[in-house]
Design a protein around this ligand. Structure first.
Ligand code: GLT
Ligand code: MN
Ligand code: MN
Length: 383
């Protein structure tokens, strides 16, 4: 196998990922900042299908209108030259000091208004570059102390902002959907809408829920100590999985944004298997960055590694699904399943009267150890 990506894989990267200069809270950048055109060419070189961006990854926050137009023209020319697409865009509502208390949820109404203005301009920019999806990651929407804001007020403001922006998109006639990206903490002490579950519930309270879905990130759910796959599956089942951020993270650590699959191989395998089994056809964005030890070649190694690991695990998933021993075990595990249980008075009466051999149910071995070891053998390449 060569594990060569194709456009149908829809592998994308943010400009901020391969463009990450390796700054951290304790250290200065270790790599130069490359311009968007250079990064588009780098992504084409490593086999990506698309590139995503924040408004200010592309256009600096203090650019003049003429500079903006030139930058957008050059970026679009780079897309044409490389054949890359820009399926997703987002707003940077977290870097500028104006957003130190949040953007849509900030206590200062001027900050909230500025955030809406910036988001509308970002949406215009995204649409101009061909994006069909717009992400909201509320990095600064949170607190260090709950003395400053009632969380209900924060949710009310968040809702107001998303409703406003949905109405803006409709009014402009854009064909654009939103995806909210949860994260439990960092850079705030606590961030509102902490997990996929919080976001799914919040969406049902919006004016245009059909326009809004979730963008789960592997690292963010893992930071919350959760099973990413379970959140992703629930989003999928609700028809809300519009996009996914793939990376890796060790539970209990700082926000690591590691190369996809580099920390939790088995969890990563089951995630890839899920996305492939259900036929998820949204972009698979690698939202990660290279180790701080890397130069530009190392950044390419990082990007190629994300893609390669995905494709290897996709092939492993195909083999898992075709493995006779694994499938026989699954058939055995699920033998006796008689389909959905539907309520009727008769069914309930019969069920209440039925005798169960509780001891036998509890005594039966389920062979899950064998099934898991077969999975491990397959992942370790001895099967
Ligand atoms: C930032 C964050 C990511 C978000 C990006 C979109 S920005 O890098 O860590 O998880 O997806 O705003
Ligand atoms: Mn992300
Ligand atoms: Mn992240």
């Amino acid at each position: 196998m060569t594990y060569t990506p194709t456009p149908a894989d829809k592998f994308t990267f943010g400009l901020w990922t391969v463009g990450n200069p390796g700054r951290d809270p304790f250290g200065e950048p270790v790599r130069p900042r490359y311009d968007p055109v250079t990064l588009v060419h780098l992504l084409a070189e490593v086999g990506a299908y698309g590139v995503n961006f924040h408004d200010n990854d592309l256009v600096p926050i203090d650019a003049t209108p003429a500079e903006r137009d030139r930058i957008v023209r050059d970026f679009k020319a780079a897309l044409t030259a490389t054949g890359l697409v820009a399926p997703m865009a987002t707003t940077n509502l977290f870097s500028d000091p104006a957003f130190k208390d949040g953007a849509f949820t900030a206590n200062d109404p001027q900050v909230r208004a500025y955030a809406l203005q910036k988001a509308m301009r970002g949406i215009d920019l995204g649409v101009e570059c061909g994006a069909g999806l717009y992400i909201f990651w509320g990095g600064r929407e949170g607190t260090e102390t709950d003395a400053v804001r009632d969380p209900r007020e924060a949710l009310k403001r968040y809702r107001e902002a998303i409703n406003y922006l949905c109405a803006y998109v409709k009014d402009q006639g854009y064909s654009l959907r939103f995806a909210l990206e949860p994260k439990p903490n960092e850079p705030r002490g606590d961030i509102y809408l902490a997990t996929v579950g919080h976001v799914l519930a919040f969406i049902t309270t919006l004016d245009y829920p059909e326009m809004v879905g979730v963008n789960p990130e592997v690292a963010h759910e893992t930071m919350a100590g959760l099973n990413v796959l379970h959140g992703v599956a629930q989003a999928w089942e609700a028809g809300k999985l519009l996009h996914i951020d793939l990376n890796d993270q060790v539970i209990g650590r700082y926000d690591q944004d590691f190369r996809f699959g580099s920390a939790n191989l088995k969890a990563t395998f089951f995630l890839v298997k899920f996305l492939e089994d259900v036929g998820f056809d949204g972009p698979r964005q690698f939202d990660a960055h290279a180790y701080r030890t890397e130069d530009l070649e190392g950044v390419k190694d990082f990007a190629r590694g994300c893609i390669r690991t995905y494709l290897i695990l996709k092939e492993k998933a195909r083999r898992w699904n075709a493995d006779p021993e694994i499938q026989a075990l699954l058939a055995e595990i699920n033998a006796g399943d008689q389909g959905p249980v539907v309520y009727s008075r008769e069914h309930a009466d019969a069920l209440k009267a039925r005798e169960f051999d509780r001891a036998a149910l509890g005594a039966r071995g389920l062979a899950y150890e064998r099934l898991d070891q077969l999975t491990i053998d397959l992942l370790l390449g001895v099967r």
